[in-house]
Ligand binder design. Structure first.
Ligand code: SF4
Length: 429
């Protein structure tokens, strides 16, 4: 039984109750929206964890953190440390995108240690394990490899999987005609594109969608319909291959919902600010309100080293327009596998975007008002207590400590707040 099938039957599950309580909405609302497919609760029947999350319409904006090894950097302890940091700084979900080392063992460790939902991209495992065999390559993976990987991830307790169903013969043809500057930047999408062209066959995940739904149903794995055709540079944003893929995904969302499977849709990518809102409206319209999971989006391409800020700007715009779920971007994006510190910086940038949008809708604004009060009263301990990252705030204050404890070294004895408070509150000079 899936959350969606339960909701359709009129049952309010324990998970729906948790989401309702955390979000400050009624369980009835959650049930209704899960039944419609406008809210998903990624929770594999085999994964037991406390941090149940709802993603979608009328809920707070969620943030995902990607972790995982690469072929050049396989340190599972470091990935588990990244997981800890992600949880500490408020990640709602984590995705294991490992491509190096023992992929099954790493995934199991992450699931075992994660108190929040875990997502994966099973096609990585299918392609990489095949490519590790002598004289074989990613394109030699079989349909069985693909579905066995999905089944294994389901059995292990993965809560949501990215599946690139819109990378089809049709969209590839459109991609060829388009002659993009950045081609294709989705790793999973590229695996499938190469497979389809090499084997001259249709995408097996797309062709056997009913079988994919069967597996998802068995474990209540949420499907995240991947955007293999997402633009990899603003020069290619909102183009025909991208939109064609979205139209395909829209049809599959309907089919998944009819089968009682929860699904979200992934979105661009690199797009300029003026196109962000349009992309969100389009996704919501084409998918009848499926939760929109945006990767950034990145709104300019010339700030490597600062792409967490670029992604947060795009994420804030997207969430304001109706996107539900932000995939963080780290400062290492486009440059290297992120470090633990990069994970923290990237996550906080996306959390700022999510929180800024949430409070504009009145959600969680009490903390900000409390901070205003503490600032207004020059109550430094109160400010540290309320701020998102007190460790960092304390470092900054202590780095250049004031001669008068009450103020800070920005204005020193000419502290505007102190002066104005004195006159406004008591007339003291
Ligand atoms: S010294 Fe200036 S910056 Fe610092 S608290 Fe006072 S008004 Fe604010």
């Amino acid at each position: 039984m899936t959350q969606m099938l339960d909701a359709k039957k009129g049952t309010i599950t324990d998970e729906m109750k948790v989401v309702a309580k955390n979000e400050g909405v009624s369980a009835e609302y959650i049930k209704k929206m899960v039944a419609k497919g406008r809210i998903v609760i990624p929770k594999n029947l085999n994964h037991h964890f406390p941090g149940i999350k709802g993603i979608g319409e009328g809920l707070s904006i969620k943030v995902n953190v990607n972790i995982g090894t690469s072929i050049d950097w396989v340190h599972i302890e470091e990935e588990l440390e990244k997981l800890k940091i992600a949880v500490k700084y408020g990640a709602d979900t984590v995705m294991d995108l490992s491509t190096g080392g023992d992929l099954s063992a790493i995934r199991k460790k992450i699931i075992e240690n994660s108190p929040i939902p875990v997502g994966t991209v099973p096609i990585y495992q299918a392609g990489i394990l095949r490519a590790r065999k002598p004289e074989q390559a990613v394109v030699d993976m079989t349909e069985d490899d693909m579905f066995n990987a999905i089944e294994e991830h389901g059995r292990d307790g993965v809560d949501f999987i990215t599946v690139h169903l819109g990378v089809t013969k049709e969209t590839i043809e459109k991609l060829k005609n388009r002659r993009r500057i950045t081609g294709m930047v989705s790793r999973g999408g590229a695996f499938l594109l190469a497979w389809i062209l090499h084997n001259d066959e249709e995408n097996p995940l797309y062709r056997n969608f009913d079988y994919l739904l069967e597996i998802a149903r068995e474990y209540d794995m949420t499907l995240s319909l991947g955007d293999g055709m997402r633009p990899g540079g603003i020069a290619d944003s909102t183009d025909i291959p991208q939109i064609n893929e979205l139209l395909i995904l829209g049809k599959l969302v309907k089919k998944a919902r009819d089968g009682g499977i929860q699904c979200m849709v992934e979105g661009p990518g690199h797009i300029t600010m003026n196109e962000v809102g349009a992309n969100v409206i389009l996704e919501k319209s084409v998918t009848d309100g499926a939760p929109f999971y945006v990767l950034g989006p990145l709104v300019t391409d010339i700030f490597p080293g600062y792409d967490h800020i670029v992604g947060a700007i795009g994420g804030a715009l997207a969430a304001m327009a109706g996107a539900d779920f932000l995939c963080y971007v780290t400062p290492a994006e486009h440059l290297a596998l992120p470090t633990i510190e990069d994970v923290k910086e990237g996550l906080i940038a996306s959390k700022i975007a999510a929180h800024a949008v949430d409070i504009s809708r009145g959600r969680g604004i009490e903390m900000d008002i409390g901070m205003d009060r503490a600032r207004g009263n020059l109550d430094w301990n109160g400010q540290f207590r309320l701020c998102f990252d007190p460790e960092k705030a304390r470092i900054y204050r202590e780095r250049r400590g004031p001669s008068v404890e009450e103020v800070c070294t920005m204005c020193g004895q000419f502290c505007a707040l102190k002066m104005a408070n004195n006159y406004l509150r008591g007339g003291e000079r």
